[in-house]
Design a protein around this ligand. Structure first.
Ligand code: FE2
Length: 273
């Protein structure tokens, strides 16, 4: 199964038209089975920005799943900050349920979970509700035969080359990692920092390992204009970051991970290029 991991598209004034067209072309060439979008789909949470985003994503003709980011809350709608249920109003209208998402493609041994990590105050550090953590623990345990993927916007791990200011690694990240090791989640997709980074965390005491794909901001000119193509099988996870350079998205490298924990040495990643 091939997944395109997109994040921080920031539809609105900061989107580059050139990058948007290149992204469309590159995704068509890669032909992924699924787009996994980890939040900050819009720049300011405006209806017009949601509409542009959904029009673009729908035009690609590829199934997509998403979780919201902090930018989905409108900065100027103070009432949405005060009443959390209102905060995801427009996101729900265009993208559906913002939390506790379970997606298993037909005939697939891959199952995706999505959690809402957004605090209703814009740019407030992320958090996952206790109910959502319990939900993940229960649901993820129900698919012992599948490779499990978790989507969330805020970083569960810090990202190299990003500042600690606005780090926003959420306060209950440790508890979430604990659940991931208990339930066999192999891959976490995260966003928010606009820096592309690929990590592998090994938990020898749990006989567990987790690969983390931290996506860039592919349509923006600042930070990393990078998205990730991820090829998944029950045996391996291969991640290829693709960076916008000289008018097109180019492959920056490829990294292969065993998707099962063997021992400390055999589980180390292999750089393919
Ligand atoms: Fe964000």
């Amino acid at each position: 199964m091939r997944i395109a991991h997109l994040s921080d598209l920031h539809f609105g004034r900061r989107v580059s038209r050139e990058k948007l067209l290149s992204l469309e072309r590159d995704i068509a060439t890669e032909s992924p089975d699924l787009l996994a979008i980890t939040g900050d789909i819009t720049d300011r949470g405006r209806t017009s920005q949601f509409r542009s985003a959904i029009d673009f994503l729908s035009s690609l003709g590829i199934p997509f799943i998403s979780v919201p980011g902090n930018r989905e809350i409108c900065f100027s709608a103070v009432w949405e900050w005060m009443f959390p249920p209102l905060a995801m109003m427009r996101y729900k209208e265009f993208f559906g349920n913002p939390d506790r998402i379970l997606y298993r493609p037909d005939q697939s041994n891959v199952v995706c979970f999505g959690l809402n990590s957004v605090h209703p105050f814009p740019s407030w550090p992320g958090s996952i509700s206790r109910e959502s953590r319990y939900w993940l623990k229960e649901k993820a345990a129900q698919f012992p035969e599948c490779l499990k993927i978790l989507l969330l916007h805020h970083p569960v791990l810090p990202v190299v080359r990003s500042s600690s200011f606005w780090a926003h690694t959420f306060s209950d990240a440790g508890e979430l990692l604990n659940i991931c090791t208990q339930t066999g989640i192999s891959l976490i997709l995260q966003g928010h920092k606009h820096r592309s980074s690929i990590m592998e965390v090994i938990f020898p005491e749990r006989n567990a390992k987790i690969v983390v794909s931290a996506c860039g901001a592919p349509l923006m000119s600042q930070w990393d204009p990078v998205y990730h193509i991820i090829d998944i099988s029950l045996a391996s996870i291969v991640i290829r970051p693709k960076e916008f350079r000289e008018g097109r998205f180019n492959e920056k490298g490829a990294y292969r991970f065993s998707s099962v924990y063997d021992d400390l040495f055999s589980s180390a990643s292999e750089r393919l290029t």
